[in-house]
Design a protein. Structure first.
Length: 505
């Protein structure tokens, strides 16, 4: 939710641009971007277009040293501005000149350049820093995973604060070059294409590039000892997967799932349209967590996702996010359904394709699992609140909403919408209301009532007529459990990220 600027007249706007910013007419950037769920997330007054992170990480001690160069444009006459960051900073330069800086709270770095920045002007911000991310606790909580052989940054809604300074909100996306030096024998995994790697004096540097807009929480870093596999898609895009050498008994199941990344992406391309990024893959570090995350181009998977055997469904979910969540991102965190409802529904579509239960059968099953007095129905997927942002209802009721839409408008329009939406908002941001309007436009039907019933009403919607007919046919018997249900339900832990934290951010 960008604050709208009020421009009194064209003449006034011209004058503002013609006069350099002065202390008199410039003001401090807001300490938050304006997201009601997380008031401190992101910042106001500027927009970042590119992050260049040059890092060095010592796995034995967890010491991370870095220089971050941000290319930014002031969106107001700016006397000072905030970055979201938690590690110890030694120097900040703005436009090449040393700037004053101070830390406010756990994660706000307040930067005052020697001279105010004029609205519309581009500048560089260089931040030198060092610290041990595992020692940074915010509200008693850390996003950083310390592993026996290194460390991992992969969390939602934020992890950047633990390893680089940023405008930490999906509204301000940017491209990334991430260069990481680690001791020989360790690897550094990040987003996008591995452009180059070189070794010198016992250290190996990995240079990664993510060349399409990327939200800060979708940037990832994993240092450890990995086995790496590489392939190419039919379209020639590089696939790079990384597996911790310490996965033990889950190693086979993890590989049997993630090595199907190219195949799953090929199928998703038929459903959602062209793959939006420059690379694919996934990685499984030796973390003790249970979740998975759609880190851009290279999802993070906890080994526990494969504890019971191979699970391609979780790969489907995280790859679906590359279109729904990564390319088209939320405007505010209240819009999480635009990510999770669709990623969950893609698991139902995969089941349908594999002959393990249609999306309708899965919808009937999910609907029957939750009686009317189940608290499940009190969570509104369309605006669940920060405490319920990753509640199961956002996923399962969110997918029920899509099945209801499909039944209402028919397959032709429904699949046109699934493919059209990622093109309509590619590399941008959108909110729930934008999707409702888009679906109405494509189908030519009024749909506000349907979405209100399935996304906002705090009660169990009446069974759709089609479901009533099916129930009547089976004489009221419980719907049969679809074959794919176990694999899909076992991915429910993918939303178990961050539930142990408070709402401090
Ligand atoms: Zn998800």
């Amino acid at each position: 939710m960008h604050r709208r600027l009020i421009v009194p007249s064209a003449l006034a706007a011209t004058l503002v641009l013609a006069i350099p910013a002065s202390a008199a007419n410039s003001s401090a950037g807001a300490p938050g971007i304006g997201d009601p769920y997380y008031p401190a997330a992101g910042n106001g007054g500027y927009d970042v277009s590119h992050y260049d992170l040059r890092l060095k990480y010592q796995p034995q001690t967890d010491l991370l040293e870095g220089t971050a160069t941000l290319l930014a444009t002031a969106t107001q006459d700016l006397s000072r501005f905030n970055l979201d960051f938690g590690l110890e900073v030694s120097e900040v330069r703005v436009g090449g000149r040393k700037a004053k800086f101070t830390k406010e709270g756990d994660q706000e770095l307040v930067v005052t350049p020697v001279a105010p920045l004029a609205k519309g002007s581009a500048t560089s911000v260089v931040v030198r820093y060092a610290g041990k991310p595992s020692q940074l606790k915010i509200g008693g909580w850390t996003a950083w995973h310390r592993t026996p052989d290194g460390g991992v940054a992969a969390q939602e809604p934020d992890s950047a604060v633990w390893w680089f300074p940023s405008n930490d909100h999906p509204l301000d996306k940017a491209t990334y070059d991430i260069s990481v030096s680690v001791p020989d024998g360790s690897q550094a995994i990040s987003n996008g294409v591995l452009v180059s790697q070189s070794s010198r004096l016992g250290w190996t540097r990995y240079n990664w590039r993510s060349n399409k807009p990327q939200a800060s929480y979708l940037a990832t870093l994993a240092v450890g000892r990995f086995d790496i596999t590489t392939e190419k898609t039919a379209d020639g895009l590089p696939i790079l997967n990384a597996y911790s050498k310490d996965l033990g008994d889950t190693a086979g199941a993890a590989r049997a799932s993630i090595e199907r990344t190219g195949e799953v992406a090929e199928w998703l391309t038929e459903v959602f349209g062209p793959y939006p990024f420059n690379a694919l893959g996934g990685y499984v570090p030796n973390v003790t967590s249970g979740y998975a995350l759609e880190t851009q181009t290279r999802p993070f998977y906890s080994p526990r996702q494969f504890a019971a055997g191979a699970n391609v469904s979780v790969v489907v979910h995280e790859l679906a996010h590359q279109w729904y969540g990564d390319s088209v991102s939320v405007k505010g965190w209240k819009d999480i359904w635009v990510n999770e409802g669709f990623a969950r529904y893609s698991q139902w579509l995969w089941s349908e394709k594999e002959g393990e239960g249609t999306a309708q059968e899965l919808a009937d099953w999910v609907y029957a699992q939750h009686p009317a007095d189940d608290a499940f129905w009190t969570v509104a997927p369309g605006d669940p609140g920060p405490q319920n942002q990753f509640h199961l209802a956002v996923y399962d009721r969110g997918a029920l909403a899509l099945q209801a839409l499909r039944n209402e408008i028919g397959d032709e329009d429904f699949f046109a919408i699934l493919k059209g939406w990622p093109a309509e908002h590619a590399y941008g941001n959108a909110e729930v209301g934008d999707f409702v309007a888009y679906a109405e436009r494509v189908s030519g039907k009024p749909l506000a009532g349907l979405f209100d019933t399935w996304l906002y009403e705090p009660s169990k919607p009446a069974a759709p007529a089609a479901a009533e007919a099916r129930i009547a046919r089976s004489e009221g018997a419980e719907p049969e459990r679809p074959k794919s249900w176990k694999a899909i339900a076992s991915t429910n832990t993918i939303h178990d990220h961050g539930h142990e934290r408070g709402d401090e951010h």
